[in-house]
Design a protein around this ligand. Structure first.
Ligand SMILES: *[C@@H]1O[C@H](CO)[C@@H](O)[C@H](O)[C@H]1NC(C)=O
Ligand SMILES: *[C@@H]1O[C@H](CO)[C@@H](O)[C@H](O)[C@H]1NC(C)=O
Ligand SMILES: *[C@@H]1O[C@H](CO)[C@@H](O)[C@H](O)[C@H]1NC(C)=O
Ligand SMILES: *[C@@H]1O[C@H](CO)[C@@H](O)[C@H](O)[C@H]1NC(C)=O
Ligand SMILES: *[C@@H]1O[C@H](CO)[C@@H](O)[C@H](O)[C@H]1NC(C)=O
Length: 418
């Protein structure tokens, strides 16, 4: 079903509004702070840079005056078309295709003397990493790879504590390896990417690197929409058919989460501290060529997280969260079985100091409460409405009615598609 926003604004006004908002969003972060423009802007190549973590990271780097080249398929998520795209060089490239097809990237690299840093948000297959490294040999000061806690899914911990970086070792038995790969191909491929980086480095051709292993990341502009789905589910509960449910099997499972702002700030700091023409970090810099777990200190269960979102929405007395759904299992967190991560290494060596959990919940809820009535988030809003209509009720119009009553935003059915 198609749903379109009709909020009483003319298309022209809406368009103007978007432009102004885009400008404001770019300028605003710099207004209050004395941002020091570096003497020499750093040259940074970003694979991705238009998604959830990438957009926020790009914004920080743009604000600091760096020279960004983004390589991606050209989908601009949320408002990245306004806050990122105009301030960066863009190369359209689909990494699922052979790298030879990406002539623009090759040409760009042929003509560039070197890159201070590469930030890779989009390597999901070892071939993507091989391709990138084949073009980048000898040209990169630091390669920051955005990895995942799913790598622990294809390894076998010999303890039951939170996962340590050293736990990412595949089992020695090839049969067992294959078995685990089959259960989590995402984790398998992401670990394979880390392994490619490490091998190139060992063999002397690869750049210095850092892999950041991230759990489920939360915060504004999540392009997986998971948090927002839970939030809107609770907000519209009385207009939907499905109960809010936590599946019994994850009831007591603690979850590692990371906050998008903390992740972006950490990547930003890593890039700031690196210069292609320095032979190494200053002694107090973090050790390179390794992986770091990043997550919040707190590890709530899904039940606790939903209760905290509900509390922030002032719905504690009116919405019930059920803890046994029978066969009904909508479960969006966590995406792993291996449990939370131990972050003591990043705390000690990267100065990782994440935002506290209650602030994360408060700020994230606040963002999505506003997002539903933000005109320039039209695509995400439509996606959310379709999701509610498809999975949470058999009466699509109730979703529209609920949005009107709860948020005073009015969406009309499009009538010109007969
Ligand atoms: C890049 O440089 C290599 C080596 O000089 C050359 O073979 C290749 O054609 C160049 N690629 C492009 C797209 O200019
Ligand atoms: C557990 O695994 C780690 C990493 O694979 C290894 O260094 C350690 O010796 C193992 N400990 C035991 C008790 O087997
Ligand atoms: C919840 O209540 C507080 C205090 O009355 C208010 O400031 C806040 O905006 C409310 N939140 C929502 C989502 O309604
Ligand atoms: C994390 O690992 C460190 C170092 O191995 C250990 O001292 C600490 O107790 C662990 N923390 C948790 C919460 O498991
Ligand atoms: C979390 O951080 C906020 C802002 O820094 C602070 O006001 C609040 O007291 C902290 N909450 C907890 C539980 O530490």
């Amino acid at each position: 079903m198609f749903v379109t926003a009709t909020e009483g604004t003319s298309p022209l006004l809406a368009c103007l509004c978007r432009m102004l908002l885009g400008l404001w969003l770019v300028i605003a972060p710099g207004l209050g702070m004395a941002v020091e423009v570096p003497v020499t802007p750093k040259k940074i190549l970003i694979f991705g840079g238009n998604g959830f973590m990438g957009t926020r990271t790009s914004e920080l780097l743009i604000d600091a005056g760096h020279d960004l080249t983004l390589v991606n398929r050209g989908n601009w998520y949320w408002d990245s078309a306004f806050t990122v795209k105009p301030y960066t060089r863009h190369i359209t490239c689909d990494r699922a295709q052979a790298i030879e097809k990406c002539l623009k990237l090759e040409e760009f690299l042929n003509n560039s003397e070197g890159l201070d840093a590469v930030i890779d948000f989009s390597a999901y297959h070892p071939q993507y990493m091989e391709d990138a490294l084949s073009l980048l040999t000898g040209k990169v000061g630091l390669y920051i790879y955005i990895s995942t806690d799913s790598v622990y899914e294809v390894c076998e911990k010999n303890h039951t504590e939170p996962s340590l970086e050293t736990d990412a070792v595949r089992p020695s038995s090839p049969d067992r390896q294959a078995e685990l790969e089959a259960t989590d191909s995402y984790g398998h491929y992401k670990l394979a990417c880390e392994e490619v980086l490490a091998r190139h480095r060992r063999e002397g051709s690869g750049p210095p690197y850092i892999s950041l292993r991230l759990p489920d990341v939360v915060g504004p502009r999540d392009s997986t929409y998971r948090w927002w789905i839970y939030q809107l589910w609770m907000r519209l509960r009385h207009f939907l058919e499905k109960d809010v449910i936590v599946p019994a099997k994850v009831l007591n499972q603690p979850i590692s989460l990371a906050y998008v702002e903390d992740v972006a700030q950490t990547i930003f700091q890593l890039v700031q501290s690196r210069n292609k023409y320095e032979s190494s970090y200053s002694p107090e810099g973090p050790p390179l060529d390794q992986a770091y777990n990043l997550a919040l200190h707190e590890t709530p269960t899904l039940y606790e997280l939903l209760k905290d979102i509900r509390h922030e929405l002032n719905l504690t007395d009116s919405i019930t969260i059920k803890t046994d759904g029978g066969h009904e299992t909508i479960k969006l967190y966590p995406s792993v079985h291996a449990g939370p991560m131990n972050i003591s290494k990043a705390v000690k060596l990267l100065g990782w100091s994440p935002t506290n959990y209650s602030t994360v919940v408060k700020d994230t809820v606040e963002f999505y409460e506003k997002a539903i009535s933000t005109v320039h988030f039209d695509d995400p809003r439509r996606y959310m409405i379709r999701t509610m209509q498809t999975y949470f009720t058999s009466k699509p119009y109730d979703v529209i009615r609920g949005l009107g009553e709860v948020y005073q935003v009015y969406f009309g059915q499009r009538r010109d598609e007969l």
